[in-house]
Design a protein around this ligand. Structure first.
Ligand code: ADP
Ligand code: MG
Length: 329
């Protein structure tokens, strides 16, 4: 791959967890109900994502690896109402610029599958493959041709924990998807895919902590007002906290985001009830009219901008307060 392609790739692919993020977002967009992730050596040696989604037809396989090829956005109008996680069509091309990629896929109605490889930036012919319905993408030797990037990466364990943290977030956001995660051929976590957020909380935080979480369900005052978001999820009882680290996850229209303002809203709900000094655990699903969002902030970043941020803040604060006040304990 040329220098320009490698630089562009750096925008999207910072570390193994960024590859995992792009691959599982594609699997989710493909309507998968099962996603398996395999990591070897913290993802630097191998990242493999296997899904049972809609698949890619043989003639579209070369397109999937080329820059700005996306099957998800047809026009600028569509950009205003993005429902899928991906829309720029640059993730797979960027990954192929800094790693060896092999792609196997079989659409639901196809008799057999097909495969394609990208090695050293060169894309192979499409050949037949005997595979199950869905898509398997294998990423090998990440950054092996980009020593400058390799130098910045931390230990294998650090990279594994970045990947696991990310996968936990997606598992929380998509309780109806069964996630299976393996590192060095050992299963590290799995979710049942039963559609219940509580089941995922049990997997991620353990039963004891999950039982200390109270459901959050709207803020009453604004639940029917489309100018305000709907806030649902779980938040921890004041008596329960895991560590001094932040464990507050936000999903806006099912997209994982990080936001100081949203975090402050949850914390201030506790403070406003004179429950200071705690570090709450929370999982907040925020549903909002997409017209009130700017999702096109930065490729692969978990930033988000709200057009009416004060309202989002207010809804979260109220919803968390309501949940804590309603808890008998
Ligand atoms: P984007 O997600 O922004 O469209 P990507 O580079 O991530 O761009 O993927 C390119 C295209 O490859 C997607 O638009 C989609 O058509 C196809 N694709 C990638 N991964 C999968 C998958 N797991 N299942 C089905 N199609 C996929
Ligand atoms: Mg994508």
């Amino acid at each position: 791959p040329d220098v320009a392609a490698k630089i562009a790739a750096g925008e999207v692919v910072e570390r193994p967890a960024s590859v995992v993020k792009e691959l599982i977002e594609n699997s989710i967009d493909a309507g998968s109900t099962q996603i398996r992730v395999d990591l070897m050596h913290g993802g630097l040696q191998l990242i493999r994502v296997t899904d049972n989604g809609c698949g890619i037809t043989a003639d579209e396989l070369p397109l999937a690896l080329s820059r700005h090829a996306t099957s998800k956005v047809a026009s600028i109008d569509d950009l205003e109402n993005i429902r899928s996680l991906g829309f720029r069509g640059e993730a797979l091309a960027s990954i192929a610029a800094v790693a060896d990629v092999s792609l196997q896929s079989r659409p639901r109605d196809a008799e057999h599958g097909a495969q394609i490889q990208a090695q050293n930036g060169r894309i192979s012919e499409v050949t037949p493959a005997a595979v199950a319905v869905g898509t398997t993408i294998t990423v090998r030797n990440l950054f092996s041709a980009v020593p400058a990037r390799l130098k910045f990466l931390k230990s294998r364990n650090t990279e594994v924990s970045h990947c696991l943290h990310l996968l936990e977030q997606y598992a929380l956001a998509y309780p109806e998807i069964r996630f299976m995660v393996f590192s060095e051929n050992r299963q590290v976590f799995a979710t049942p895919g039963d559609g219940k957020l509580f089941s995922v909380l049990v997997e991620v935080y353990g039963l004891q902590i999950a039982q200390q979480m109270v459901p959050v369900d709207g803020d009453d005052e604004h639940d029917d007002d489309t100018d305000y978001p709907l806030v649902q999820g779980y938040t921890s009882r004041p008596s329960c906290y895991k560590s001094t680290r932040q464990h507050i996850s936000f999903f806006v229209n099912r997209r994982w985001v990080m936001s100081r303002v949203l975090t402050a809203a949850v914390e201030n709900a506790y403070h406003s009830l004179l429950l200071a000094g705690r570090h709450p655990l929370a999982v907040m699903n925020i549903q909002i009219d997409p017209a009130l969002l700017d999702v096109n902030v930065h490729p692969a970043k978990t930033e988000i901008r709200f057009l009416k941020e004060r309202r989002v803040y207010a809804s979260i604060l109220r919803a968390v307060r309501k949940a804590l006040l309603a808890d008998p304990q």
